[in-house]
Design a protein. Structure first.
Length: 82
């Protein structure tokens, strides 16, 4: 897919990015368990982007249920593997 240099964590109300051409969804295993959702990988204005819905699609996770360590580790994994 190319080098991913931009990661976006969507908060309440941001479950998708307008204008993002989706190439794939990727689930990542981390030492801290599952991230909030699958990472959405695609292109936005000619740049490779990884997007993660912080509360999961449909806002299914409460703030106290967020696995922030897994979320950040997932982004780092994507950046190092692209």
């Amino acid at each position: 897919m190319g080098e991913i240099r931009i990661g976006v964590i969507g908060g309440s109300g941001l479950y998708a990015m307008e204008g993002l051409r989706v190439d794939e969804e990727r689930r990542i295993e981390t030492p801290w368990g599952q991230p909030s959702d699958a990472f959405i990988l695609g292109e936005l204005d000619g740049r490779k982007v990884a997007f993660l819905a912080r509360h999961g699609r449909g806002h299914r996770l409460l703030p106290t249920e967020l696995n922030f360590r897994a979320n950040i580790y997932g982004f780092k994994t994507l950046a190092s593997s692209s």
